[in-house]
Design a protein around this ligand. Structure first.
Ligand SMILES: *[C@@H]1O[C@H](CO)[C@@H](O)[C@H](O)[C@H]1NC(C)=O
Ligand SMILES: *[C@@H]1O[C@H](CO)[C@@H](O)[C@H](O)[C@H]1NC(C)=O
Ligand SMILES: *[C@@H]1O[C@H](CO)[C@@H](O)[C@H](O)[C@H]1NC(C)=O
Ligand SMILES: *[C@@H]1O[C@H](CO)[C@@H](O)[C@H](O)[C@H]1NC(C)=O
Ligand SMILES: *[C@@H]1O[C@H](CO)[C@@H](O)[C@H](O)[C@H]1NC(C)=O
Ligand SMILES: *[C@@H]1O[C@H](CO)[C@@H](O)[C@H](O)[C@H]1NC(C)=O
Ligand SMILES: *[C@@H]1O[C@H](CO)[C@@H](O)[C@H](O)[C@H]1NC(C)=O
Ligand SMILES: *[C@@H]1O[C@H](CO)[C@@H](O)[C@H](O)[C@H]1NC(C)=O
Ligand SMILES: *[C@@H]1O[C@H](CO)[C@@H](O)[C@H](O)[C@H]1NC(C)=O
Ligand SMILES: *[C@@H]1O[C@H](CO)[C@@H](O)[C@H](O)[C@H]1NC(C)=O
Ligand SMILES: *[C@@H]1O[C@H](CO)[C@@H](O)[C@H](O)[C@H]1NC(C)=O
Ligand SMILES: *[C@@H]1O[C@H](CO)[C@@H](O)[C@H](O)[C@H]1NC(C)=O
Length: 744
């Protein structure tokens, strides 16, 4: 009777859950002791049948085949040779990606896991060198990316991996050669290879040509040198070759036309030379060509104009030349991004571009182009980024009248594009209605005359306004502070502006209210802006929220502004940089300046400021650049680690000023010795200013060097660290030295 009852229950359970097999008890105890107790929140591994547990799948015999625990907050060291994981001998799929596992991979463990087909350990904290060989003969996918592994990848590693199709070790610290032997050992089934963001060096050796199934080959951001191996052009299934940010040299072989499945070709930031393969355009599937920042020469091959699948064509910073007017872009109907910045193209602005209806971003800056912007540009409905700096354009008023109707336009960079015309005036723009989405306007360095026109007050989306280095006269209009709700960056330096600092400028909504600043949306700039620091080293900003990443900034330096610095300045709580130097300001430095708690740079030099330096300034903890030299300031310099950390030159030219860091002691100093406290980090780094040579950003280079965003290196560094892509760029920045050559 009791037996019968039990039997019924067993039958019953097997009827309702025919696919869930009872758990093998050894596997259950292995799973339990395989200590995942450090997971948070804890795994719900409580019921009897381990095959029903979260992340577990069993086979018919109740052996665990799948252990899929991505993003479960797992901590701990689990890949040791004694790990009970090794008891799960039927495991085929193991996915622990996006956890916090650490420790190294031990050979012994993987000997027991011989059935493993898929192993994904990406995004953990694993470290150490790889075992000599991957013992799992059935492995198909191996993803060790985004960990902390180092050392070489031994060529024996792939010895038994006959079935390997996908191998991703990107974003680690692997070194030595890229293992091109992978295609010798493995069955040529490999489809995906990703070696990016490591420290691989030396040449890319031959061998990949044997991977006849290879579709994706990535090895960007390493220290690879030499030529692209000739045999890679034999891997005709290739769809993506991405080896940017290395030191590859030599030419791109004409044999590349063998790769007729190629969709992505990214060899940017190398030292490639020679001409572009003439028949490159035969690769009819090509969507993305990124060859920017190389030393390529010659003209654009005509065949490229046949490449109707092309979505992105980026050739900035090469030595390409030729009359661009002779190219007919009109077949490139899918083209969304065109970047020819800093080459030596000649001719007029190519009107055939206006037929590329998908265009979102055009940068032709710094070429030998001339002409006027034509109304036909308005057929580019999606155009959001237009950079035409350092060209010889004419008719700025005509250009603005046309472009204001560009409905999607968000970024308009016309730095050094025009020469000595009048600022488009309110009379010119009588029927002004447009620029609804414009966030960033630069008309810097165009020698424009006239006043700041009122039509600018209607640019309600404007965040950055750069009018520096012109011949603008008149006063700063008060509406600048009140009518533009998103404006956080005002560049008016190097003009002929007179009058006083308007109090209304202290009401800039985006700098007064935390709330509005936080509303700054995340907008992805279509093309990276290039910025340099004081050492003339290039840093790439290819990041989201770039505009938001700019410092909040007011620069009125080198004008003829008179009167006091208004005490209302203290309202601009979110201001990070204030440059008022080289003007005629008089009166005291207002005490309220100390409310600018985010201030990182303050320059007041070469004015007629008098009185004492307010002691409250000592509370500006973020200040990294400070200059009050050549005024009439007096008394002792307030004592704080912050102010004393600046060089004496920041205070010189004020005969009545005394105390450290100036050499002259204050006579009235009752305490005798100035009590400099050195309790903080002990040694102050010399501040590296990021001189965002705007010319470079906007496509203008050198000459006046002109308007400069001074920004601390640290600041620039930290704003990169938001996501992985940003991390890449941060690492890029660290390798700045190598990039100096680009600026020669
Ligand atoms: C793993 O297997 C070994 C040998 O079969 C055994 O001695 C050990 O107890 C098992 N460990 C666990 C946690 O089941
Ligand atoms: C897991 O490890 C913790 C300490 O890290 C220990 O307290 C616990 O008993 C272990 N659990 C098992 C099942 O071994
Ligand atoms: C744990 O899993 C069991 C089934 O295996 C389920 O009934 C129970 O609600 C789960 N508990 C939590 C806290 O999720
Ligand atoms: C591992 O799990 C993550 C998250 O579900 C998934 O994105 C990834 O594709 C899985 N890995 C493999 C190799 O299937
Ligand atoms: C490789 O894959 C094939 C087909 O999927 C399979 O038959 C074979 O057992 C796998 N393992 C090895 C070592 O070849
Ligand atoms: C390799 O892994 C990284 C994450 O670590 C991922 O971003 C990248 O797309 C992967 N590569 C391929 C070819 O899938
Ligand atoms: C890069 O490789 C070169 C030789 O090819 C070597 O001199 C240099 O030290 C390497 N740089 C780094 C950062 O590994
Ligand atoms: C490319 O393949 C062809 C034919 O299979 C072969 O003759 C040639 O040697 C290969 N080229 C290289 C560089 O491996
Ligand atoms: C472009 O395509 C047309 C028609 O398909 C062809 O006649 C012409 O030769 C091609 N031009 C080049 C330079 O490949
Ligand atoms: C650009 O072209 C002009 C004439 O075509 C030439 O004089 C000049 O040297 C070239 N500049 C560069 C940087 O190659
Ligand atoms: C300036 O551009 C406008 C708009 O395209 C045009 O109407 C005007 O004729 C141009 N002026 C000159 C002097 O070319
Ligand atoms: C600056 O302004 C003052 C009066 O506002 C004027 O006297 C002086 O000439 C101006 N200087 C220059 C260089 O424009």
């Amino acid at each position: 009777m009791a037996h019968g009852f039990l039997l019924t229950i067993l039958l019953f359970t097997s009827i309702i859950s025919p696919n869930i097999h009872a758990c093998n008890q050894n596997e259950r105890s292995a799973l339990l002791s395989f200590n995942l107790t450090l997971s948070s929140p804890p795994l719900n591994w409580t019921s009897i049948n381990c095959c029903t547990w979260e992340g577990i799948t069993c086979n018919q015999e109740g052996r665990v085949t799948h252990l899929l625990l991505p993003s479960k907050g797992l901590h701990g060291v689990i890949f040791t040779s004694s790990s009970s994981l090794g008891n799960l001998t039927h495991l085929t799929h193991l996915n622990f990606s996006h956890n916090s596992l650490h420790g190294s991979l031990e050979n012994k463990l993987f000997e027991s896991l011989d059935s493993l087909e898929i192993l994904d350990l990406s995004y953990n904290l694993l470290f150490g060198v790889l075992p000599l060989s991957l013992t799992s003969r059935n492995i198909r996918t191996l993803d060790l990316s985004s960990n902390r592994f180092h050392g070489p990848i031994p060529s024996s590693f792939f010895m038994h991996a006959w079935n390997l199709t996908s191998f991703n070790v990107s974003n680690n610290a692997f070194s030595s050669y890229i293992p091109s032997s992978i295609c010798l050992h493995s069955n040529p089934l490999i489809r995906v290879l990703d070696f990016s963001s490591n420290q691989f060096n030396g040449n890319i050796l031959r061998g990949f040509g044997r991977c006849s199934e290879l579709q994706i080959f990535r090895a960007g951001h390493n220290n690879l040198s030499g030529l692209l191996p000739e045999d890679i052009y034999n891997a005709t299934k290739l769809e993506e070759i991405a080896v940017p940010l290395n030191s590859l040299y030599g030419g791109i072989s004409e044999r590349i036309v063998n790769l007729n499945n190629l969709v992505i070709l990214d060899l940017s930031f190398n030292q490639l030379s020679g001409i572009l393969p003439l028949r490159l355009g035969k690769l009819s599937r090509l969507k993305i060509i990124k060859l920017d920042f190389n030393d390529l020469q010659g003209s654009l091959p005509q065949s490229l104009m046949n490449c109707s699948s092309l979505v992105e064509l980026r050739l900035a910073k090469n030595n390409l030349e030729g009359d661009i007017t002779k190219l007919n872009f009109s077949k490139l109907v899918q083209l969304t991004k065109l970047d020819l910045y800093r080459n030596n193209f000649t001719g007029k602005l190519p009107t055939s571009l206006y037929s590329c209806r998908s265009l979102k971003a055009i940068r032709l800056s710094s070429n030998n182009l001339e002409g006027q912007i034509q109304p036909e540009i308005l057929s580019l409905n999606s155009l959001s980024f237009l950079s035409l700096g350092s060209l010889r354009l004419e008719n700025v008023t005509g250009a603005m009248k046309i472009l204001m109707h560009c409905k999607s336009l968000q970024i308009l960079l016309l730095t050094h594009s025009f020469n000595g015309e009048g600022m488009p005036s309110d009379d010119d723009m009588v029927s002004f209605d447009g620029f609804r989405n414009l966030r960033f306007l630069s008309l810097m360095n165009c020698d424009l005359t006239g006043r700041i026109p009122v039509w600018l007050a209607k640019l309600k989306s404007l965040q950055i306004l750069a009018l520096d280095d012109n011949k603008i006269t008149g006063t700063i209009p008060s509406w600048l502070g009140t009518d533009l709700p998103r404006l956080f960056y005002i560049g008016l330096s190097k003009n002929l502006i007179s009058g006083e600092f308007p109090k209304e400028l202290c009401r800039l909504p985006a700098l007064v209210h935390e709330l509005i600043a936080a509303q700054a949306d995340q907008y992805y700039i279509e093309l990276p802006l290039y910025i340099t620091n004081s050492r003339e080293v290039l840093i790439t900003y290819g990041i989201r929220r770039i505009l938001y990443g700019f410092p909040s900034f007011i620069d009125l330096s080198s004008n003829n502004i008179t009167g006091n610095i208004p005490s209302e300045i203290g309202q601009l709580q979110l201001l990070q940089e204030l440059h008022l130097d080289n003007n005629n300001f008089s009166g005291n430095i207002p005490d309220q300046m100390s409310n600018l708690m985010k201030l990182q740079a303050l320059s007041l030099s070469k004015n007629h400021l008098s009185g004492k330096i307010p002691s409250s300034l000592a509370s500006l903890n973020f200040l990294k650049s400070f200059d009050v030299s050549y005024n009439n300031l007096e008394g002792s310099i307030p004592t704080s680690t912050q102010l004393q950390s600046f060089e004496a030159s920041a205070f010189e030219g004020n005969p009545k000023l005394c105390g450290a860091p100036l050499p002259n002691k204050c006579r009235t100093d009752a305490h005798g010795k100035n009590n400099r406290d050195d309790e903080d980090d002990g040694h102050q780094l010399p501040w590296f200013y990021i001189w965002a040579v705007f010319g470079f950003i906007f496509g203008f280079w050198g000459v006046c060097g002109s308007l400069i965003v001074k920004k601390t290196w640290r600041y620039a560094y930290f704003q990169f660290t938001d996501n992985v892509q940003d991390r890449l760029y941060a690492m890029l920045a660290v390798r700045m030295n190598r990039m100096k050559r680009w600026l020669n």
